[in-house]
Design a protein around this ligand. Sequence first.
Ligand code: SAM
Length: 289
Amino acid sequence: MAAGGAGVLYVVATPIGNLADLSQRAAQVLAEVDLIAAEDTRHTRQLLTHYGIHTRLWSSHEHNETERVPRLIERLEAGEDLALVSDAGTPLISDPGYPLVQAARARGLRVVPVPGANAAICALSAAGLPSDRFLFLGFPPRGAARRREWMASAASEPGTLILYEAGNRAALTLRELGEVLGPGRRAVVARELTKRFETFLDGRLADLAERISADPEQQMGELVVLVEGAGERGGESGQLAEGERVLKILLSELPLKQAAALAARITGGGKNRLYRAALGWRQGGPGER
Ligand code: SAM
């Protein structure tokens, strides 16, 4: 494709499940470049075969990237056009590719994105949680202490939190998120997007953790976890407001102490704080705050 001068590096998004999601432009680029650098060549070969594309593939993944990058840059500088793809979705987004893109840019080479699927954005677009501001966190780190620290660092983020996780770790991650962010925060689990068993589950963190750990089917496949930010309803004050709303309902049926304990369990709010709030309403008259 490149006539004279250096070639172009295309960063090409591929489907996250449904093969029909490859864009026409992406298929054309993959068919016309001289070489495709792929995370897993066998995986990408299946996609290429589906589209009748015969371009040569090179493997370039996190374990051989350091050695591969200079060779790929050489080819670009020799005038070849290359495409970078990962196994699914947009390269570099919790996927390999950053060292190659960084090196190409550092050499003044042209890097062209060919947009398409991305699991985080796909999930956010249909989850029903606020989408005007969000924080993409990628995969939780391994190791309980590091994971909790990582979760805590996002606790006061007002935007929707977006995490990647494997199905078999979903219940554990949701439980820990509940412990760190408060069990009453709303969350959505978007599983197997664009695939046959696509599901969206929504609820409070603690409740979702229980539902998923009780249902082996929900522990399979790939998923995106979205958690309501620490905004109006998600933060500490939001949790208190939700606790008070539930408490008012329970107070019409139950004694104060029992209602406060139950409201705290349902919403994750502090039992003592809810108890004091209810005492205050009593002194100020029914229904007053
Ligand atoms: N680069 C990809 C992207 O643009 O979304 C993400 C790659 S990352 C290695 C894989 C993770 O993305 C999975 O563990 C899961 O959290 C999420 N993911 C990928 N495909 C998905 C799908 N079809 N449904 C739900 N989550 C998916």
